[in-house]
Design a binder for this molecule. Structure first.
Ligand code: FAD
Ligand code: SF4
Ligand code: SF4
Ligand code: SF4
Length: 570
């Protein structure tokens, strides 16, 4: 079944009587819900389900090794790059995790990294969903996460896939943007190879629109999926910005990754926000003193970094990068055609505008800052590069591609698109769009319908039980979150090796047990034990429990005692 997530309005649930003793006209029903971790993952990863597979190893007498294998295959039902996202995803799923209402969220991203790495270490390969080879051939333009994800989901379903990639190697920004200390090359290579092993052909060094026309792909293939990302850096117009030692963040990262830049000099100034910090951390590893000009408005003082900073900002700060907050670039000073300094003017945050936002504005006559430099790096973002593909959009200079609900490009009948070319996002957004576009392409050729996930999202606090909530959190013991550690900042700036340490096995086992299985029975037996009317019957292991409502008097004790909110009173 092809499954898409779609939230549904909460069903009407009976209000609690509080005591659980009185009768009521309501009757209990076991209703599976969608957990918030899955709901907020842009790729709809079945977080609860694969974590519970590991957590329940003992109660199912299953060796943890078998559970880890099953968890790997469940996780990769939606995400073919789990070791990648397990390292780089800023994990919006954790922000929504119900466990934070008890103590702290489950460390979902660290578990994802462990399970993804387990798949690599144990050479687990993907299994096609069918042995039937479909006659339709699909061309994919771009081998970033969106293209790889679409290729994977289509190859699983028997399609012949060719990816065209203009860079010499695969991965898009995974390889040519995100630095190696965040995402090591062997991880990218292993995850791409596993997709290739499904029979996906990847032609690198081939630009569509420049080496081959889109029209020729359209005539040769049954469908085309465009996943070209945004690869044209937005450049400054300021005098001096075209000096050879002034780079956009992406230019600097790519030149450093390819070895073209081996030395950035002694003093490097970086202007931008989080992805610019990646460039700053690379410059630091090349031996420079780095000063970071940060104007995002979320962190305005070094004392706020730990509380409000992004992962990148915290890591850069820990590595000794110097911060200057709220300064605007006023002038690039050049000598003999090279940038040698920048002049900056102090800014302050404006009053809130009508939409409640604040903006940095220059303080006239305020503080000035002059910084000498050997290299200047700035990052003001990227935009799509439509070279040779201009016909796809009315405004190729400045526009994302427009698609309908099926990811079909406006005005086209066999050209689909997804990933950053539709809107800037995260790796997991691109993987999700590649997946859903692949489902739409499959639907076009097979007729297989995409089913919306109609399950209600279970968010702690919505309805009833003896805490007056819909989950009974007192059931769970407080348990410390197992944090993934990072290498010592003083050591890690000396090389480009990965920053993050994987959880160890014991930490993994302890962490998965913190998951509360929101919205799905985990056989705790409370409903069975609390029912004084014998209305709850045990089923064979794995099939949970069943209500026999002829003896039920509507006392609600089962619903009030259910820790995970699997029982509704309707
Ligand atoms: C510096 C940096 C750091 C980032 N850090 C993170 C992070 O920590 N976490 C996170 O979740 N996200 C991060 N992102 C964002 C993330 O990398 C992107 O959202 C994601 O890679 C988008 O995937 P995509 O497949 O749409 O495009 P891309 O990854 O950009 O891949 C597009 C591919 O298409 C190819 N292509 C383009 N035009 C053509 C053509 N005409 N013919 C053939 N091939 C073509 C390109 O060469 C490229 O390989 C970062 C981005 C950058 C730039
Ligand atoms: S991809 Fe990101 S949001 Fe989705 S489950 Fe993994 S860490 Fe969470
Ligand atoms: S406790 Fe488990 S199921 Fe519930 S939101 Fe967190 S990870 Fe998901
Ligand atoms: S109370 Fe326990 S056994 Fe009963 S439905 Fe909830 S989780 Fe399952």
């Amino acid at each position: 079944m092809l499954e898409l997530k779609k939230p549904k309005k909460p069903a009407k649930i009976a209000a609690s009587t509080g005591g659980g003793m009185s009768q009521s006209p309501y009757r209990p029903k076991y209703v599976e819900k969608r957990p918030p971790c899955m709901d907020t993952c842009p790729n709809g990863t079945k977080v609860r389900d694969y974590i519970q597979l590991i957590a329940q190893s003992e109660s199912y007498d299953r060796p943890v090794d078998d559970s880890l294998k099953q968890a790997f295959y469940m996780l990769t039902e939606s995400n073919p790059l789990p070791s990648t996202t397990g390292r780089v995803c800023p994990h919006p799923c954790e922000d929504a995790c119900n466990r934070k209402e008890k103590d702290t969220p489950v460390a979902i991203n660290a578990i994802e990294m462990f399970v993804g790495d387990y798949g690599i270490k144990n050479n687990l390969q993907y299994k096609k969903l069918t042995e039937v080879k479909r006659k339709e051939k699909i061309a994919i333009i771009g081998s970033g996460p969106a293209g790889l994800s679409a290729a994977y989901h289509l190859a699983l379903r028997g399609y012949g896939i060719t990816i065209f990639e203009k860079f010499p190697e695969t991965g898009g920004y995974l390889r040519y943007g995100i630095p190696r200390f965040r995402l090591p090359l062997d991880i990218i290579d292993a995850e791409v190879q596993r997709i290739k092993n499904l029979g996906v052909e990847i032609k690198t060094g081939v630009g569509i629109g420049t080496d081959i026309t889109l029209d020729s792909l359209k005539s040769e293939y049954d469908a085309v999926f465009i996943a070209i990302g945004t690869h044209e850096p937005i450049k400054m117009k300021m005098k001096g910005a075209d000096s050879p030692n002034v780079y956009t963040g992406i230019e600097f990262l790519q030149k450093a990754a390819s070895g073209e830049i081996k030395d950035a000099g002694k003093e490097v100034v970086v202007i931008g926000s989080d992805s610019a910090m990646d460039a700053g951390m690379v410059a630091k590893r090349l031996g420079a003193n780095v000063t970071f000009i940060y104007n995002k408005g979320t962190v305005n003082d070094a004392s706020e970094i730990e509380e409000k900073g992004s992962t990148e900002v915290k890591e850069g700060h820990a590595e000794g990068i110097k911060f200057e907050f709220l300064f605007a670039l006023d002038e690039i000073v050049t000598e003999n055609g090279k940038a040698v300094a920048v002049k900056l003017k102090k800014m302050k945050l404006s009053e809130k505008d009508a939409s409640g936002r604040v903006h940095p504005i220059i303080i006239e006559g305020g503080q000035e800052l002059n910084l000498k430099l050997d290299t200047l790096i700035y990052s003001f973002g990227q935009k799509p590069d439509y070279k040779g593909l201009e016909n796809l959009t009315k405004n190729p200079n400045n526009e994302f591609l427009k698609v309908d609900d099926n990811y079909l490009v406006a005005g086209e009948d066999k050209v689909f698109a997804g990933g950053d070319i539709l809107r800037f996002g995260l790796v997991t957004d691109a993987i999700g769009m590649g997946r859903y576009a692949a489902y739409a392409i499959h639907k076009k050729f097979s007729g297989e319908q995409v089913i919306n996930d109609e399950r209600r999202v279970i968010k702690y606090g919505d309805a009833v039980n003896r805490e007056g909530k819909n989950m009974y959190l007192a059931y769970f013991q407080p348990a410390e979150r197992k944090k993934r550690t990072s290498r010592d900042p003083k050591e890690r700036v000396k090389d480009f090796e990965g920053i993050l340490n994987d959880l160890n096995f014991d930490e993994l086992v302890s962490e998965v047990k913190r998951c509360m299985s929101c919205g799905l029975c985990f056989d705790c037996g409370s409903c069975f034990e609390y029912c004084s009317q014998s209305a709850v019957k045990k089923l064979p292991k794995g099939q949970h429990f069943e209500f026999h409502l002829e003896t039920c008097n509507g006392c609600k004790k089962c619903a009030e005692s259910c820790p995970c909110g699997y029982i509704d009173m309707l």
